[in-house]
Write a protein that binds this ligand. Structure first.
Ligand SMILES: C[S@@+](CC[C@H](N)C(=O)[O-])C[C@H]1O[C@@H](n2cnc3c(N)ncnc32)[C@H](O)[C@@H]1O
Length: 269
């Protein structure tokens, strides 16, 4: 607890990220990932393998962008840094662990950016969603959305639930859906190869393996059928609850394309 507080104090982050809770979440993520190293290992390995598969066969390797880079737990940073001329890590918060892991690579840089587009709304600075992706995504060859999609609505929806209204928004479900859909729409508009890794579903299981509750983490938005899927034991028994464990279903695409639509780069001119 004291260690978390010290970590929170020294984590370099802009004031809005502190005010909105992104710094606290980053500190909690770091603690949990340390405690759950063994149960998380298969998930992290599968996510990294998906990113490696995304690199394969990519002819042009100038710029790779990682959205939701976080701790770089699920991102093969060494493989990316050696495959691309430059790698840009994008997150609301860049924790020390990620800075340390990328330290050997002079071609890795960081952009601090709110990827929900809701920051201005949440802070009362604007009444509509703001830019979703940083400009560097536009010319990139590979854009990785790294276990980010389900995370994007969490803090904004919690804030709307507490406040009752944010701008014109009063319905937390619709707000969450809008944030998830907007991220996928923004990815679909890029010319880069998109590598998407996201958890979609949370099952709360008891010690008899019975599912007591199930939550759709993507608010009913379906990114389409995934070529890779696995379970991630996010919280083993005793982590979040004594007699329940949380298991997330993860979907991953080395080369994601929006369902029912071919990306712009593949449409005939
Ligand atoms: C579950 S973590 C992803 C794991 C990360 N790829 C890793 O390897 O540690 C989700 C990440 O999304 C980031 N995030 C959540 N909401 C965000 C937002 N609105 N803008 C930018 N980053 C956000 C968090 O700061 C966190 O680092």
């Amino acid at each position: 607890m004291l260690l978390d507080l010290a970590h929170w104090l020294v984590l370099p982050a802009p004031l809005p990220a502190r005010r909105l809770g992104y710094v606290g979440d980053s500190v909690r993520l770091a603690s949990r990932s340390r405690r759950c190293r063994a149960p998380w290992a298969p998930h992290l390995a599968a996510a990294k393998a998906t990113v490696r598969a995304a690199i394969e066969g990519l002819a042009r390797r100038d710029t790779a962008v990682v959205l939701g880079s976080g701790l770089l737990d699920d991102v093969p940073i060494d493989a990316l840094a050696s495959a691309f001329r430059r790698v840009v890590l994008v997150d609301a918060v860049h924790p020390w662990r990620a800075r340390w892991r990328a330290r050997r690579h002079p071609n890795v840089s960081r952009v601090t950016h709110d990827l929900s587009g809701a920051q201005g709304l949440l802070l009362g600075a604007r009444d509509a969603f703001g830019p979703l992706l940083p400009p560097v995504c536009r010319g990139a060859d590979l854009v990785v959305s790294a276990n980010l999609l389900s995370q994007l609505p969490i803090l904004p929806v919690a804030r709307l639930e507490a406040a009752g209204r944010i701008g014109a928004w009063t319905d937390p479900e619709a707000f969450g859906r809008r944030i998830v859909a907007a991220h996928l729409d923004a990815l679909a508009g890029l010319s880069a190869r998109i590598c998407l890794v996201t958890d979609r579903d949370e099952a709360e299981e008891d010690r008899y393996g019975r599912v007591r509750e199930r939550i759709d983490l993507l608010y009913g938005i379906d990114p389409g059928p995934a070529p890779r899927e696995w379970d991630w034991e996010l919280a083993p028994f005793g982590e979040a609850y004594r007699d329940r464990r949380l298991v997330h279903r993860v979907s991953a695409w080395p080369d994601w394309r929006p369902a029912g639509e071919r990306p712009a780069r593949e449409r005939p001119a």
